[in-house]
Ligand binder design. Sequence first.
Ligand SMILES: Nc1ncnc2c1ncn2[C@@H]1O[C@H](COP(=O)(O)OP(=O)(O)OP(=O)(O)O)[C@@H](O)[C@H]1O
Length: 283
Amino acid sequence: MINVDALTYTYPGNTEPTLKGLQFSIPRGSIFGFLGPSGAGKSTAQRILYKILPGFSGEVNVNGKPLADWGREYFAGIGVGFELPNHYLKLSGRENLDLFASMYEGVTIRDRDELFAMVDLQDAADKPVETYSKGMKMRLNFIRAIQHDPDILFFDEPTSGLDPINAGKINQHILDLRARGKTIFITTHNMNTADKLCDTVSFLADGEIKATDSPENLRKNYGKEAVRVTLESGESREFALPQLGFNEQFSDFLKQGTVRNIATLDASLDEVFIAVTGKSLQP
Ligand SMILES: Nc1ncnc2c1ncn2[C@@H]1O[C@H](COP(=O)(O)OP(=O)(O)OP(=O)(O)O)[C@@H](O)[C@H]1O
């Protein structure tokens, strides 16, 4: 569980704070997403939570304890999947995992072969990482983050550079980690990732949280409470959702021809982000 309150941070030498009074909470067994354009402060907030960026003000509690009160054991309890994997290229995938595992004290490491098989890297496990594609490095990065079975996981753009099939697999593994009670923090520009995975998202812009809610509520609250019916003829009409079953014009329209599609008019998360922050997530 992670609790953050009034988190403010100014880089040395800067006059303006990069993070301004952030407040959010991530319960055990849930996935929280930080969404924001480049430069919003996502990595800065994550670096504070990795405990590698001191000097912040406000409160950061992890599993009931202020960050400052955690010692070296903190690092065995967290797993970090960086966006740009920093592997040792001359070493094999297996040697990379061994090297990182050796930094944890008194921690049981998950079965290596199972981990490689989980991300379809079993045939590449003993080859040098310099022969891996970008997607293979990302998959190695993922199992490196979870190999010591930490309680808290941070993923930065977890599916960046992956093809849709491997992206879908990584998303499913993240959902499985949630089902096992892990506390998961994702940062992304990708609204699809957020929509599919996150229980709660916060929109971050200019170092401030502008909105926090479930992706579903955000889409509903900023969309239209209506459906659009499209007939095979191409003709389409919108009808309000409340009392739709009693709307005679709706039932008459359905009888006018073959229905090709009925769609709700929720906003996309991209549209909600623009409506809330006045900024686009895409560069
Ligand atoms: N070491 C640093 N010293 C001074 N300013 C910094 C430093 N690192 C980041 N910043 C500034 O802090 C702001 C937030 O950067 P940060 O990397 O947290 O953004 P981000 O949301 O993670 O962006 P991206 O999606 O591009 O990774 C930016 O204006 C950046 O220039």
